[in-house]
Design a protein around this ligand. Sequence first.
Ligand code: SF4
Ligand code: SF4
Length: 269
Amino acid sequence: MKIAVHNLLSCGGCDPVFFLEESPEFFRKAEVIFWNKVKDETLKVFRKIPDQGIEIGFLCGAVKSPEHEEVVRLFRRKCRTVVAVGACALWGGIPGLLWIRKEGPRPLSSLVVPDLSIPGCPPEGSTWTVYLQGLLSGRPPGPSEEPVCQECPRDRHPFRLSDFKRFPETEPESRGCYLSLGVFCAGAVTQKGCGARCLRAGYPCLGCYGPPAGLTARGERLLSAMVSALVPQKATEALKNWRDPAGSLYRFDLATHPLVRKGKCGRSD
Ligand code: SF4
Ligand code: SF4
């Protein structure tokens, strides 16, 4: 099985090299034709590969330059299956926050349609296993319809808020749902699959697995849940003091927001 791997605009954290330890048998079967961060090869090698000459192409990272665009289109041509890996490839990821001030990167889907999308920042080892086994068996999984909250160990109960807080400005001993502490936790608007790894480590969910299947406007839904819990007398003050709205609501997917797609963000004029 011939495979190719390329990192576009990314921190390198999603590179399948980290998956090697989790699933060496997958890579034992693989003949790596091209891997820009591991094998010292240039695109010249890749351009010479016949169309459809590679079984699986893994693309990590977001698209920001003409070279990235060429790589993505080449992968679509040369690879029978294109796998988008990680939040940057799927939704623009953390670099997509650039759109707050200027033109930022775009997800792969702005250029091509991937055959499989592996979520996460980075994808959990078990997520790699589930997605690749599904791919090899001809039944690749799609996004889950269930949210991270389903796997979360924290206690849920009705709540009212008088202000918003940034983690870790909360009572450390509390075991309550982060929303009830005033912290923007994206668990309710994020597909499960990571095992709620941040919650189990004592941190709120930042939303790196993306929306559950069929959920749109996830940032707006989270905002609506938090604002409707504010006691009316405190609402204006809480919204005025709220820091980092884009990071709270669209940390990994600002690049896919309708305002970005319509060209209403990222212009300096
Ligand atoms: S919103 Fe966050 S803290 Fe609350 S149940 Fe969901 S994942 Fe857990
Ligand atoms: S808990 Fe949320 S931020 Fe953490 S790995 Fe899971 S989806 Fe990503």
